[in-house]
Design a protein around this ligand. Structure first.
Ligand SMILES: Cc1ncc(COP(=O)(O)O)c(C=O)c1O
Length: 400
C-alpha cells in the first residue's frame, strides 16, 4: 500500500482523470471536526467536506443506522414502495412549506431535476411556451451541461464544452433592473442561491428578494432556490429561504442531506409538482433505503440538537471576532460575511498564502474568489475550535 504523501500524489496523477486541484494533504481518517493525515497528525476541519458532514465526521449513530439498514435492504429500485423513503419525505416536508419530494443523488442532479420540473410544468400544466431560466452572476449550480450553463461563472467550468444548451440567461447579482429586463414571456424560472457559496459567500439582499416575489406574482415565472449548500440548518434556519419569508416554487437540497453519502432532493409545492408525471423523470439510485434511513436520522439529529439555532448563535460570535480582527488589521481584513456557519473572511489581498499558512498550521478552510477565506465547518463545532482559527489567522496576518 502507498504510504507517503508524495507517492499517493504520484499514484493519483497516474490513475485519476485530472479534474481536481487537490490540497497538499492526504486524509486517512476523519472524526468529529478533525481530519487525520497519513502520519496521524490532526487538522481542524472548517470545511466539513464542503458543507457536507454537517454533523461531523464518522458519526457513530449514523454508522449504526447505515449498518443496520445495509443488513436489511440496500437497494431494490424505485419500482417498489419503500417506507424508508416515505419516512424521509415526511420529515423533510415537516421542515418547510413544500408538499412533495423527488429523491436523487447530488446537487447537480437535483438542480437538473428542478429545471426540468419548471419547464415541464410550464408546458404541460400552464400550457405556455416559457422555458428560459434566469440565474445570477457568480452563482454555482453544478457540473452537468444544463447546470454548468445555469452557473453564472466563466472559465474552466464552461471552457471547451460547447455547444451549451440554450434557454439560460445570467444577470448581475442583486441588480433588480437587470433582472426585470431579462424577464419575458419565455421565462420559466428565476434560480437563486439565498447565499452564494462558491460565489464568495454573498447573501442576497432582503429588498431584492421582496421585489423578486412581487415580480413573480406579476409575471408568473417560478422561483427555484438552490439550497444545495445553504440548506439543512447551515445558515441558521432549516432552509436559507426561511430567513426571507419566501416560499419557493421549487427548491433543491443535497450536500448535508445524508452527512456524506450521496443524496439530493427536489422539493416543490403541490401545484408545481403536477409538472412531473410517471415516466417524465427518474433516477436509479435516488432514495435508496440506506441513503434514506441515514438522511432521516440526519434530519432528526438536526432538529433534536437545534443545529440551526446553534449556527445562528455562532455566526454572531464569529462576526464579532472578525470585526475586532478587521479593526486591528484594517489594511488586511475587510470583515466577515455570510449567514449561520456559511462564513467568509474577506481579505484585502490575494489570500492564497494565508490559506496555505493556515493549512501548514493544520487548519483546513478554502479560498473562493481569490480573497475570501470560506468556512463551512461541521455545525457541531465548538467556539474554542473557531477561536483557534482566529488566533492562528491573526498570527499569520501579523507576520505577513
Ligand atoms: C449551490 C450549489 N449548487 C449545486 C452544487 C453542485 O452539487 P454537486 O457537486 O453535489 O453536484 C453545489 C456544489 O458545490 C453548490 O454549492
Amino acid at each position: 500500500m502507498t504510504r507517503s504523501f508524495e507517492s499517493i500524489k504520484q499514484r493519483e496523477q497516474s490513475l485519476m482523470m485530472q479534474t481536481y486541484g487537490r490540497y497538499p494533504l492526504a486524509v486517512s481518517r476523519a472524526e468529529g471536526c478533525s481530519l487525520f493525515d497519513l502520519d496521524g497528525n490532526e487538522y481542524l476541519d472548517l470545511l466539513s467536506g464542503i458543507a457536507v458532514c454537517s454533523l461531523g465526521h464518522s458519526r457513530p449513530e449514523l454508522a449504526e443506522v447505515m449498518a443496520e439498514q445495509a443488513r436489511k435492504m440496500v437497494h431494490v429500485s424505485n419500482l417498489f414502495y419503500q417506507n424508508e423513503q416515505l419516512d424521509l419525505a415526511e420529515k423533510l416536508l415537516d421542515t418547510c412549506a413544500a408538499d412533495r419530494v423527488f429523491l436523487c443523488n447530488s446537487g447537480a442532479e437535483a438542480n437538473e431535476g428542478a429545471i426540468k420540473l419548471a419547464r415541464r410544468y410550464m408546458r404541460k400544466v400552464r400550457h405556455t411556451e416559457a422555458f428560459e431560466v434566469v440565474t445570477l452572476e457568480k452563482s454555482f449550480h453544478g457540473r452537468t451541461l444544463s447546470t454548468l450553463t445555469a452557473t453564472g461563472q466563466e472559465g474552466p467550468i464552461k471552457d471547451g464544452f460547447d455547444p451549451l444548451p440554450p434557454g439560460f440567461i445570467t444577470v448581475p447579482f442583486a441588480d433588480m433592473g437587470a433582472l426585470k429586463s431579462a424577464i419575458s414571456d419565455k421565462t420559466a424560472a428565476v434560480m437563486i442561491e439565498m447565499v452564494q457559496g462558491e460565489g464568495g459567500v454573498r447573501p442576497l439582499p432582503e429588498e431584492y428578494v421582496e421585489e423578486l416575489k412581487k415580480l413573480r406574482d406579476e409575471r408568473g415565472f417560478l422561483i427555484i432556490v438552490d439550497e444545495v449548500q445553504t440548506g439543512l440548518c447551515r445558515t441558521g434556519q432549516f432552509w436559507a429561504h426561511q430567513h426571507y419569508d419566501l416560499v419557493p416554487d421549487i427548491f433543491t437540497s443535497a450536500k448535508a442531506l445524508a452527512n456524506g453519502l450521496p443524496m439530493g432532493a427536489v422539493l416543490a409545492t403541490e401545484e408545481i409538482a403536477k409538472g412531473f408525471a410517471p415516466g417524465s423523470h427518474a433516477t436509479t439510485f435516488g432514495g435508496g433505503a440506506v441513503l434514506s434511513a441515514v438522511a432521516a436520522k440526519v434530519v432528526d439529529i438536526m432538529n433534536e440538537d437545534r443545529l440551526a439555532d446553534r449556527a445562528a448563535e455562532l455566526e454572531l460570535w464569529f462576526k464579532d471576532q472578525a470585526a475586532a480582527l478587521a479593526e486591528r488589521h484594517p489594511e488586511k481584513v475587510t470583515g466577515a460575511r455570510g449567514k449561520g456557519l456559511l462564513l467568509g473572511i474577506e481579505l484585502t489581498f490575494d489570500g492564497k498564502d494565508v490559506w496555505k499558512a493556515l493549512l501548514d498550521r493544520r487548519i483546513v478552510c478554502n479560498l473562493t474568489q481569490g480573497t475570501i477565506l470560506r468556512l463551512v465547518p461541521p455545525l457541531t463545532i465548538g467556539k474554542e475550535q473557531l477561536a483557534r482559527f482566529f488566533i492562528e489567522l491573526e498570527d499569520i496576518l501579523t507576520k505577513a
